[in-house]
Ligand binder design. Structure first.
Ligand code: GLC
Length: 740
């Protein structure tokens, strides 16, 4: 096609987009001009579904509700929508919402497990499948992705996060937004995504949910905000406030966060919804005297919609009439709400075409299995025990998670059906039942069980087998919102179970299915092979069995550091060097009795843990091995507007084909502020055949080196840097370059 034609086409496309944007704004203006103050405030009210109750249908007819969450019966959804469209004065459609966090019916691994795949395409596909299933019952808005960075595995909601790193979380969060929203948000199979929880929720003190946070602005901008900006750049339709306060200011009343950053700096024109009653909870935070005060504070903080807080619907009208809140502020919020409804195409297609055939489609289940495979991390494989080979004739399948169809789905699963789960026990029977002798003895009925009565039979089963597959971890209820743990070791008598099995002398493969990193140093030392699977979803069983028997090769990498003990938290890879980096570590059991005060060399480590984690961010083994060359640079100095190509050759030196996550890290050696010892700036997951070598290259630009400095500007400072291309956050050979 001639250049001129391309130009004409491109300008037509641009014109078309601007036209449709203008068209939406014009339609909003027109509708707004017809709305009463009551009707405007009604749009700002979100209620949880109560079926076709009179309260709800009356509310809809009188225009007192703008969105309903948790209504998933499609006939009810269509009837409620019909009432809104045909029986309310202006016929403004409702948005139906639900927490579709990691699948609707076909459940994918928890987001932490999906992040462990480091495969953004796969994560996007998972979100797309979730959208297709959820929209088929009328859900057009999901409260996901959760892009809260966290470094605290005590926090139950780490399960919903993408881990400790802002860059990885940004990439995965953006992928989920694209998956949920598709290429056209107005498509019936697309649903609006929601970047949550804005912001700093993952910094809850002591890892206790809803707890206060103390986040200096520089850290807020450096660590917690980037994934939200990435979601915004990916076109996310909405944001959600977080429950926590930041430095004493609850997010639902935080003008700096919601006005200064989200609206003024980022120019966001999407919808900001509170979290469940988070506006009302500003009373218990102690920053509002009553519900009217909370409504005022939230409205001044640009929160557009009140989820189940009843603050707006109860008090905004009087606040406007008294002049404490202007109608202009109300109009601004209603614009954001109507804009989302127009973008979703709800004014043109308000009703849902029922199509439950999309549930559990074969290709969806296959994708969920692939996500569970790629989200599982091989942590240990002594003597190449894994994958099991055909010398194995009998297998003992043991542990509370070996056959736990509900628990393997993980937290935040409202609509997934445990009866559709395929557990590891089921999967091994289905696949190897005719070839292997399978002896199943759970030992413990659930993860917290302390009774050791069942252990004896498991030990007997182990003695009769060639290898033990021990499935341990957490019940789903120990993970997720408000489910925080101060002790993150294996619950119940699981550790005792492993010790007893170990005494049989049989090789033990430990498979951990949990909603967080667990402090399993002792157990890892006892096991011969360790697979960390998080909660893997509907297809966790087939995925794990394929990995254990070699039909699949592990490629997962840790999206979160695994500590040795809970007392090390927070422990994460991108820490500062400190003035006394750990050296000459003398652990507590090696300290001579009567050691003099200064004999241990005063540097930064714990006497009883040292300074290293059990496993670092980015770590994960394969059944093959990969050898990295020292990175090469296209040049050794760059300046603004310039870039450096960093290259590395990776050779598959093993006997099996495999995928490898090649990671790019950078360190700023001297900054106006102390800088992390490494920061992830890129990654690529590549497939390399046995014996093959592949070259990977990354382009490094000065903007990737920029950071927030004391005057609250973001810039790259001239100086020396180190760059790694490595297979985790602790390995690799650095190469130096200079930014002029
Ligand atoms: C919950 C969660 C939030 C969720 C909302 C609606 O309390 O904090 O993530 O989207 O309420 O269920």
């Amino acid at each position: 096609m001639k250049k001129t034609n391309v130009l004409i086409l491109f300008s037509l496309l641009l014109w078309g987009c601007s036209q449709s944007k203008n068209n939406v704004e014009a339609r909003i203006d027109d509708l707004l001009s017809k709305m009463t103050l009551k009707e405007k405030i009604g749009q700002m009210n979100q209620l949880t579904g109560t079926g076709l109750s009179t309260d709800m249908t009356d509310c809809i007819r009188s225009g007192e509700v703008g969105s309903i969450l948790n209504e998933v019966d499609v006939k009810t959804v269509n009837e409620l929508q019909r009432i809104a469209v045909e029986e309310s004065r202006l016929g403004i459609p409702l948005i139906f919402a639900r927490d579709v966090i990691h699948g609707y019916k076909t459940i994918f691994p928890i987001p932490l497990g999906q992040a462990a795949s480091w495969n953004k395409e796969l994560v996007e596909e998972g979100a797309r499948i979730a959208a297709k299933e959820a929209t088929s019952v009328g859900i057009r808005w999901t409260f996901a992705p959760m892009v809260d960075v966290t470094r605290d595995p005590r926090w139950g909601r780490i399960a919903e996060s993408c881990g400790e790193d802002p860059y990885l979380t940004s990439v995965m969060g953006a992928a989920m937004v694209k998956g949920f929203q598709g290429n056209d948000l107005s498509e019936p199979r697309s649903m609006g995504a929601c970047a949550k929880h804005f912001a700093g929720y993952g910094a809850a003190e002591s890892g206790k949910d809803y707890n206060t946070t103390w986040i200096p602005e520089i850290q807020l901008r450096e660590t917690f905000l980037p994934p939200f900006k990435a979601a915004l750049d990916a076109g996310v339709a909405s944001f959600m406030c977080s429950f926590n306060d930041i430095n004493g200011v609850p997010s639902s009343g935080n003008e700096f966060l919601n006005k200064q950053i989200l609206r003024n700096e980022w120019k966001y024109d999407g919808l900001l919804v509170s979290d469940w009653a988070s506006i009302q909870q500003m009373i218990s935070h102690g920053v509002c005297s009553d519900l009217k005060d909370a409504a005022k504070k939230a409205a001044n903080a640009c929160v557009d919609m009140d989820m189940m807080g009843f603050a707006y619907i109860s008090h905004l009208e009087e606040l406007v009439k008294s002049g404490e809140i202007s109608e202009k502020q109300i109009d601004e919020a209603v614009r954001n709400i109507l804009r989302m409804k127009f973008r979703l195409g709800l004014f043109d297609q308000p009703y849902t075409k029922e199509d439950t055939t999309v549930f559990y489609a074969t290709e969806s289940l296959e994708k969920a299995k692939q996500a569970a495979i790629e989200g599982t991390i091989l942590l240990k494989n002594d003597n190449n025990l894994l994958p099991l080979n055909d010398k194995i004739k009998s297998v003992a399948v043991i542990g509370p998670l070996s056959d736990a169809p509900s628990d393997q789905l993980g937290t935040w699963v409202f609509d997934g059906e445990p009866e559709r789960s395929i557990t590891p026990l089921q999967a091994i029977k289905d696949t190897y039942g005719s070839k292997l002798k399978i002896i199943a003895e759970k030992g413990l009925n659930y993860s917290r069980e302390i009774s050791e009565d069942g252990i004896k039979k498991s030990v007997e089963a182990a003695k009769k087998s060639d290898v033990v597959l021990l499935f341990v971890g957490e019940e789903a209820i120990l993970s997720g919102e408000a489910h925080c743990r101060a002790d993150i070791s294996l619950p119940g008598a699981q550790s005792k179970l492993l010790s007893e099995l170990k005494k049989t002398g049989k090789p033990v493969v430990l498979i951990v299915m949990a909603g967080r990193p667990l402090t399993i140093e002792k157990e890892v030392n006892q096991a011969d092979g360790v697979l960390y699977a998080f909660h893997g979803g509907t297809m966790a069983g087939p995925a794990l069995i394929d990995l254990i028997f070699g039909k699949a090769v592990p490629s997962g990498k840790l999206p979160i550091t695994i500590p040795r003990m809970v007392g090390q938290i927070p422990i994460y890879y991108s820490h500062k060097m400190t003035g006394r980096p750990a050296e000459n570590i003398c652990l507590i059991d090696n300290i001579p009795v009567g050691a003099p005060q200064t004999s241990l060399g005063n540097t930064s480590f714990h006497l009883d843990a040292g300074d290293s984690p059990l496993f670092p961010f980015g770590y994960g083994l394969s059944y093959t091995t990969f050898e990295y060359s020292k990175p090469t640079l296209s040049k050794n100095t760059i300046s603004e507007g310039d870039s450096i190509i960093v290259e590395c050759s990776i050779k598959n030196t093993g006997k099996l084909d495999g995928k490898e996550v090649v990671q790019l890290y950078v360190r700023d050696l001297v900054g106006s502020l102390a800088r992390p010892i490494r920061e992830l700036k890129g990654f690529e997951k590549i497939f390399i055949k046995a014996g093959e070598t592949k070259k990977v290259s990354f382009t490094l630009k000065p903007k990737y080196l920029a950071f927030w400095i004391a005057d609250m500007t973001k810039k790259a400072e001239p100086g020396k840097f180190e760059v790694w291309i490595s297979n985790d956050s602790q390995t690799g050979v650095p190469v130096k370059f200079e930014l002029k």
